[in-house]
Each structure stands twice: as structure tokens, then as C-alpha cells.
Design a protein around this ligand. Structure first.
Ligand code: TXA
Ligand code: MG
Length: 359
């Protein structure tokens, strides 16, 4: 055992590598139990821990402890005006974090929790302002990942957790991604396997007169409307842009966000010849382009690489960030994504492609 500095505080860790946090496995009941014990001990001591959730890995801290939450901002280099989602392990815990619990929250929680949906409601006094970036609301989510659930239960308090990546980079979907992104900055990473959803939760604001999707995800608007028993088209669309000096309504909705280091372009092509001419027209050198296709897989000489993605949206979501992380790890310069199919189930993914490509 030796001491190591993690986000400004001294923590005891039993790892040999100075630049990498220990990764604890959870694939047997004894390992799972031991990992819950280690994570809980650190969280109770006001530390941050990288934990698996079904959407993406999160960087967790005690949501009721201002200083612990401040460490999350510090570790991620996150702007202070970007609020953090609070994770709970029951409806009762969610309600204790909310000032009031609207009927819309009751319906959506009944339909989708535990799961990849974040409900923004007015926060109760027990949620410190720092979690809400000074605002009056809090985003609440009851995640379905068994490790996250067990850890919240063992802690007895809700966990604030943004995605476990430096601000503006791609979210991690496995423990190795976390080690690469934040390994030198966190005292512990828990390996809960490959994230089963693969992109971040849908965020819906329930504090205005009509519900509003702030960040699309794999739970799409059509199912939300059905659960709310509302007619089609009665939820407002995603908020775009950033509201000047105000706390951001949902900074995940900034036009450029969630980007790989590589430049990313989204194209639709008919055949190899068409792809070639579009690359030429945009002055994208083929030998710097890694094409990520799902339908029209190119067989074009001189490309830096080609990956084929699954056809169904859920499997695509599970694979997407891992594919982008792999491109970054191997030094790909330009990622050329094939345009996604139309359809509500692709909305969350189309949103991530748009944001990664930028304006
Ligand atoms: O799936 C997820 O949501 C993952 C896992 C770890 O739960 N978390 C995640 O957190 O993606 P983060 O911080 O990377 O993204 C949270 C998004 C941000 O766009 C943030 O602005 C928005 O949710 N958000 C959080 N609290 C909010 C609030 N009170 N009002 C409006 N937007 C909020
Ligand atoms: Mg994030």
C-alpha cells in the first residue's frame, strides 16, 4: 500500500502503476461484493470512484457532499455551470431529492426506471447547489446496472455522476476506456463489463409547462409520449445552443460535444465511386479516412480503414463509442460515418453524430 494523490487529496491505493488507477473486476459474487465494499468506503470518505452504468461509465461521488461533488468537476475539468445527474436506487430516494414530484415524473419513472432516462425536476433542499450548477433543478436517474444499484444501496446516499471522461471527450463504455481517459486522476475504477446501452441517457425536463427532451437517447420521444399518454408532437424538441451567461439548460446539447479527437464527417454515398468523389470534393485524403459504415460498406483502394457497424439501432449504440475510442487510440485522423437510417430509434444516435461532427 502507498499513498497517491487523486484529484487534490491523498488516497491509499494498492496499485503499482503511478499513472493508472486499479481496476476491480466484478464477474463473480465474491469479487462483486469486494468491489462494492471498496467503492463504498471511498465514496463514504468523500472520494470519487469510476463506476459502471448501463449507459456509459460514470465518475461518482456522494451527491449530498459538496466537497465530494467539487472533486468531480475538478477531475473532469468540467465547467461549473454544467449540472450533474444524481443517481438513486429507488423511487423513494428520487422523491427525497425532488422538491415536488409531478405526475409526469411518476408516469415516466413507472415506465422506464430503472433505465436510461434522466428526469429533470425541481431539487429539494438536501441537494447542494453545486450539483445543480447553482440552478433550481436536478436531473435524477435510477440506473439499471446491478453494480451501481448495489453501491448506492450500500452507501445509503444518492450518487452524483457525470460520464467518466474529461469534459467534451467521448464517454467511456468500458473500464479500459476510463483508465485511458482518467486513470491517473481517480483512485479506483470498477469493471462492470461493456455498457449495455452505449450512449448517455435521454434527459427530459419536467419543470416547464410541457415536458421537453434536452438530450435524446435510446429511450426516444415516441415511447416517452406513449408513457405520458400524450398525443404525438406534444413534447418540445431538444434545446440547442448555450444560453449566454445563464446556467446551461442542458450543456449536453451544445452544438459541438462528445467528440473523438479525430475529425468526424457524416456522409451518404451510393457506391464506391460516389464516396471517392465526395472525399475528393471535400479534400479529404482517402489514406487519412477511416470509414464507419453499416449498409454501403466501401471496397475502395487507399482508405486508411473500414469498420462495419450493426444494422439495428441498439447494437449500433453499444458499439459506437468503442469504435470512436479505438479510432482515437490508433491515431485515425478522419472518421467518415455513414449517415444513419431514418426512424425514431436512431434519433439519439443521430444526435451524437451531429454533435461529434460539429457545426
Ligand atoms: O447516461 C448518463 O446520463 C450518464 C451516466 C453516468 O448516468 N451520465 C451522463 O452525465 O451522461 P453527463 O454529466 O456527462 O451528462 C449529463 C447531461 C448534461 O448534458 C447536463 O447538462 C444535463 O445532463 N443535466 C444534468 N442535470 C441537469 C439539470 N438539472 N438540468 C438540465 N440538464 C441537466
Ligand atoms: Mg458527459
Amino acid at each position: 500500500m502507498r499513498e497517491r494523490r487523486a484529484c487534490g487529496t491523498l488516497t491509499a491505493v494498492s496499485d503499482d502503476r503511478s499513472s493508472a488507477a486499479p481496476i476491480l473486476p466484478t464477474h463473480t459474487p465474491p469479487l462483486f461484493k469486494e468491489a462494492v465494499r471498496r467503492a463504498t468506503a471511498l465514496l463514504r470518505a468523500g472520494q470519487v470512484v469510476a463506476l459502471p452504468t448501463e449507459t456509459v461509465y460514470g465518475l461518482a461521488a456522494n451527491a449530498l457532499d459538496e466537497q465530494a461533488v467539487a472533486r468531480i468537476y475538478e477531475c473532469k475539468g468540467r465547467p461549473a455551470r454544467n449540472p450533474i445527474i444524481v443517481h438513486v436506487d429507488s423511487l423513494d430516494m428520487a422523491k427525497s431529492c425532488a422538491k415536488e414530484w409531478p405526475a409526469t415524473a411518476e408516469r415516466l419513472a413507472a415506465a422506464f426506471w430503472p433505465g436510461p432516462l434522466t428526469l429533470v425536476v425541481f431539487r429539494s433542499a438536501k441537494i447542494p447547489a453545486i450539483v445543480a450548477a447553482g440552478g433550481a433543478t436536478v436531473g435524477l436517474r435510477w440506473p439499471s446496472h446491478p453494480f451501481m444499484q448495489a453501491t448506492i444501496r450500500a452507501c445509503g446516499f444518492p450518487l452524483a455522476a457525470p460520464s467518466a471522461n474529461p469534459s467534451n471527450q467521448i464517454s467511456p463504455t468500458n473500464a479500459e476506456h476510463v483508465r485511458r481517459l482518467l486513470g491517473g486522476r481517480v483512485p479506483l475504477i470498477i469493471d462492470g463489463g461493456q455498457a449495455q446501452v452505449g450512449i448517455e441517457s435521454t434527459v427530459i425536463d419536467l419543470t416547464a409547462e410541457s415536458p421537453r427532451v434536452l438530450r435524446p437517447g435510446m429511450i426516444h420521444e415516441a415511447s416517452i409520449l406513449a408513457a405520458l399518454q400524450l398525443p404525438p408532437y406534444s413534447i418540445d424538441g431538444a434545446a440547442m445552443g448555450d444560453g449566454g451567461g445563464e446556467p446551461l439548460k442542458s450543456p449536453g446539447c451544445l452544438v459541438k460535444h462528445y467528440s473523438p479527437s479525430a475529425r468526424l464527417v457524416v456522409l451518404a454515398w451510393e457506391n464506391d465511386e460516389d464516396l471517392r468523389s465526395q472525399l475528393d470534393a471535400r479534400k479529404l485524403p482517402a489514406n487519412e479516412c477511416h470509414v464507419v459504415s453499416h449498409t454501403r460498406t466501401p471496397d475502395l483502394a487507399g482508405l486508411s480503414g473500414v469498420s462495419v457497424m450493426p444494422h439495428d439501432a441498439e447494437a449500433f449504440a453499444r458499439a459506437l463509442y468503442a469504435e470512436w475510442h479505438r479510432c482515437d487510440e490508433t491515431g485515425v485522423k478522419i472518421i467518415v460515418m455513414e449517415t444513419l437510417p431514418a426512424g425514431a430509434e436512431w434519433n439519439g444516435l443521430a444526435d451524437r453524430l451531429r454533435r461529434a461532427a460539429g457545426p
